[in-house]
Write a new protein. Structure first.
Length: 83
């Protein structure tokens, strides 16, 4: 059972990392493309920065989770960081 749980956790970690990686490039492309559009009502809808910013933040959070899962970064308690 422990082996099965370990495999499940590894699959979840890989999935998180893959999703974050696959979404990052299109989101950045969307943000860049929206900035190049001429001004207008339709462009304002596409450039709705709040929504694009939220999507970008979600992708960055997924990347951070995948880094933590892979132990690529270490999360320290707030007091330890102030040192």
């Amino acid at each position: 059972m422990a082996g099965s749980l370990q495999r499940w956790l590894l699959n979840e970690q890989r999935f998180t990392a893959d999703v974050a990686h696959e979404l990052r490039t299109p989101v950045m492309g969307l943000m860049t493309s929206a900035e190049l559009l001429p001004d207008g009502e339709v462009t304002d809808l596409v450039r709705d920065r709040v929504r694009v910013r939220v999507l970008r933040t979600l992708v960055e959070c997924l990347l951070e989770i995948s880094r933590l899962d892979a132990a690529a970064v270490v999360c320290l308690p707030e007091r330890a960081r102030r040192g």
